[in-house]
Design a protein around this ligand. Structure first.
Ligand SMILES: Cc1ncc(C[n+]2csc(CCOP(=O)(O)OP(=O)(O)O)c2C)c(N)n1
Ligand SMILES: [Mg+2]
Length: 329
């Protein structure tokens, strides 16, 4: 458990609870349209953000993803200011202008959540270059999902971190899916962590459901810095970069996702039928002003398009729902 005192463990547990409660509340308020825009919740991945951030010092930095609330809270973000940002309020982290996917706070070393998959990795390299020049031993951790691993920019960032020996910790949160794309269809090797060897720095795979295992791996990665002579993990003395790959393979409940999509489709079925019925009513078409009828026709067209795309996504999800392999259990 390394340097984790009982108080620290309680603090980490409290932070995971805070993230879970925060996110559940967000879902509730998104569903009632109180929160505008799009949000992606971190429910189920709490142990990753908390395990990693517990290994960071206040001065260390992070870059986050489209699923960033958990990272920000774990890095010391004030839940009230994060929530205010989601509401678009002036007392939010970015005066309500950024919303869920752009929360940043330089004072806390949070160099931004990011709506672009993989885009946090080069930002982390830039921040790490600054940290290296500063020479105080700060590190920058870049969180990204399994959906980012085939992005060109992630490859470039990892290679740059390696050749420039930047103090970056790359944390891949592998929850098996990038929306509907299964990791099994996107990767020919079984462990994302094995890619680290190609860049020339060590990669570790840890169970993302185990906060202590995540913390220990992150602490090992963070411990190697420009001011540390001997790198851990038995790698070469010129070891550049650091990498922790977190495996959350047990996280996604595909069946529940499919059930939710089916419900959405049923609602759209009903809305399309109701709109068609209205437009089939000759009395309504004859009496209502032309502009009103045209608006109804446009709205029917939009609903039909929405129905078609939801139906296509559902078909894709059903097709992708491959039985889990025994070793995933
Ligand atoms: C460059 C880019 N391509 C596509 C998208 C659309 N998009 C949003 S989230 C997402 C999937 C991300 O999956 P992953 O990185 O595994 O994160 P997860 O949602 O599983 O946490 C995609 C493709 C995007 N935001 N940015
Ligand atoms: Mg994913």
């Amino acid at each position: 458990m390394m340097d984790l005192t009982p108080d620290r463990l309680v603090e980490m547990y409290g932070c995971m609870r805070l993230i879970r409660r925060f996110e559940n509340k967000v879902v509730e308020m998104v569903n009632t349209n109180e929160i505008p825009g799009t949000t992606h919740e971190y429910v189920g991945q709490e142990a990753v953000a908390v395990g990693v951030c517990a290994a960071l010092r206040e001065a260390d930095g992070i870059t986050s993803t489209h699923r960033g609330h958990g990272h920000i809270l774990a890095k010391g973000g004030d839940p009230r200011r994060v929530m205010a940002e989601l509401f678009g309020r002036a007392d939010g982290y970015n005066r309500g202008r950024g919303g869920s996917m752009h929360i940043a706070d330089l004072a806390l070393g949070i160099y931004g959540a990011n709506g672009l998959v993989g885009a946090g990795t080069p930002i982390a390299c830039g921040a790490a270059l600054a940290a290296k020049r500063e020479g105080r031993g700060r590190v920058v951790t870049s969180f990204f999902g399994d959906g980012a691993i085939n992005q060109g920019v992630v490859h470039e960032a990892m290679n740059l971190a390696a050749i420039w020996k930047l103090p970056v910790v790359f944390v891949c949160e592998n929850n098996s899916y990038a929306i509907t794309a299964s990791i099994r269809d996107m990767l020919a090797i079984s462990r994302i962590a094995d890619r680290a060897a190609a860049y020339g720095f060590p990669g570790e795979q840890v169970d993302g459901m185990d906060v202590l295992a995540v913390h220990a791996a992150a602490a090992r990665a963070v411990a190697w810095g420009p001011d540390v002579k001997a790198p851990p993990l038995g790698a070469g003395a010129t070891l550049p970069g650091k990498e922790v790959f977190v495996d959350l393979a047990r996280l996604i409940d595909v069946e529940a996702e499919i059930a939710r999509k089916r419900q959405e489709l049923e609602k759209l079925d009903w809305l399309v039928a109701a709109k068609r019925k209205k437009l089939a009513n000759e009395d309504f078409v004859a009496r209502a002003p032309e502009a009103v009828v045209n608006k109804e026709r446009e709205s029917l067209k939009e609903l039909e398009q929405q129905h078609a795309s939801t139906s296509a996504v559902l078909d894709q999800m059903v097709a992708l729902e491959v039985p889990r392999k025994a070793d995933d259990a």
